[in-house]
Design a protein around this ligand. Structure first.
Ligand SMILES: [Zn+2]
Length: 296
């Protein structure tokens, strides 16, 4: 048995797994925004009764994830934890830790039945934008964890329409077209608080919001073109609550169709659903015997 843990900004999910099959699953609200000191107690509570049955722990975690530490970049201020060593000390089990989108990318690569299968890029658009890259059958990782953070690719803006990203650079696609950005930009446009979900619900009555969504879709298409130029991928697996929105997806497809032929990619649906992070992390841990040294 193996324990999989998915640490996100709103939820922590844990699963007892037999290979990549989930036997039992539990979840709790994530404390990382409010009180990071509660992260380990929350995980310990979720894993109650499981650790005696498990050979190791596979973690998919939001943020800049390396063996040395996790930096929770998207939740503000410098929140840093040496999470891998803390989990090892607490449970005395081998621990493998990956960025959550890297883990989902690995899961899609191994179990998604996507074609072509040796190179694919997984992009998730929800509150933020992140990703994972499989290049020639290998997961792209890096020593300090700042790789495949596709939300921090910059996109073209008009001079009077620049947007500052949480990474402190201007016009990252996350600052322009993430769920959070869509909600903020729409609220500013309408001078009232409106969430990203509500934006998509009232497009019919708000032409200004249609223009906004088309601008965001164009930014996502530009990000995808940049990804194509670096990786040569023919396949983008687009997930996340905003990435799965049918209207947004169709606008992204339209924007992609306007790009020169050399940037053509196939946009695919994710196959694994909400457990992709856990399943991908567990698979990667099993296949690599809880060591990702050869991939760094
Ligand atoms: Zn950024």
């Amino acid at each position: 048995m193996i324990i999989g843990i998915d640490i996100g900004g709103t939820k922590i999910s844990a699963a007892l797994m037999n290979d990549n099959h989930i036997v039992e699953q539990r979840s709790a609200a994530s404390p990382i925004h409010d009180d990071l000191s509660q992260l380990l107690p929350t995980i310990a509570h979720l894993l109650t009764g499981w650790t005696g049955q498990a050979n190791g722990i596979a973690v998919g975690c939001t943020g800049l994830v390396s063996d040395a530490e996790v930096r929770f970049m998207s939740v503000g201020a410098d929140k840093v934890l040496p999470l891998k060593s803390l989990l090892f000390e607490m449970f005395s089990l081998p621990v493998l830790i990956l960025n959550d989108a890297w883990a989902a990318a690995w899961g899609e690569h191994c179990l998604g039945n996507h074609t072509p299968e040796d190179t694919l890029v997984y992009v998730t658009i929800s509150t933020g934008i992140s990703g994972g890259i499989i290049q020639n059958g290998r997961l792209l990782t890096s020593r300090h964890g700042f790789s495949a953070h596709l939300g921090h690719l910059t996109v073209t803006r008009n001079h009077d329409n620049n947007m500052l990203c949480v990474c402190d650079r201007w016009n990252c696609v996350e600052a322009v077209a993430s769920g959070n950005a869509i909600g903020c930009r729409a609220s500013e446009l309408l001078s009232q608080n409106i969430s990203c979900n509500e934006v998509f619900e009232c497009l019919d009555s708000q032409p200004k919001l249609v223009v906004l969504i088309e601008d965001c879709a164009k930014a996502v298409a530009e990000m995808i073109a940049n990804i194509k130029a670096v990786t040569g991928t023919e396949l983008i697996v687009l997930g996340g609550s905003v990435g799965l929105n049918k209207i947004f997806r169709s606008k992204i497809e339209l924007a992609l169709a306007k790009l020169p032929e050399v940037y053509a990619v196939k946009l695919a649906m994710p196959a694994l659903g909400r457990d992709a992070d856990i399943i991908g992390a567990a698979l990667f841990a099993i296949q690599n015997n809880f060591s990702k040294k050869s991939h760094d």
